[in-house]
Design a protein around this ligand. Structure first.
Ligand code: ZN
Length: 108
């Protein structure tokens, strides 16, 4: 699974939404997919199942493979791959931080 998290800003690398930028709103680790705000929007026809319920068309983001997006670094604003920095907090206690491969800054 990619190191992208919910809330990250990503850019789409290929497909019909190539170049689009959006926020990750959901991760689906099992399928290695992400749902990105405003990206890969599909129209779904909703049929009224109960009386009083309205039928119509709903637009919703469909998941895209996480390899199709790249993180936009919140520090330098460039698209980047994510590195990992492990810092030792105390004896035996380690913290994994994500770092930007472009500017080297810690992302979170
Ligand atoms: Zn950066």
């Amino acid at each position: 699974m990619s190191r992208i998290k919910v809330g990250d800003e990503v850019v789409v690398l290929s497909g019909k939404d190539k170049g689009k930028i959006g926020k990750v709103i959901e991760r689906i680790p099992k399928e290695n997919k992400l749902v990105v705000e405003g990206v890969n929007v599909v129209k779904r026809h909703i049929r009224a199942r109960r009386r009083g319920q309205e039928s119509g068309i709903v637009e919703k983001e469909a998941p895209i493979p996480s390899c199709k997006v790249m993180l936009i670094c919140p520090r330098c604003g460039k698209r980047t791959r994510i590195g990992v920095k492990i810092t030792e907090l105390a004896e035996g206690e380690k913290e994994k931080l994500r770092i930007c491969k472009k500017c080297g800054e810690v992302i979170d």
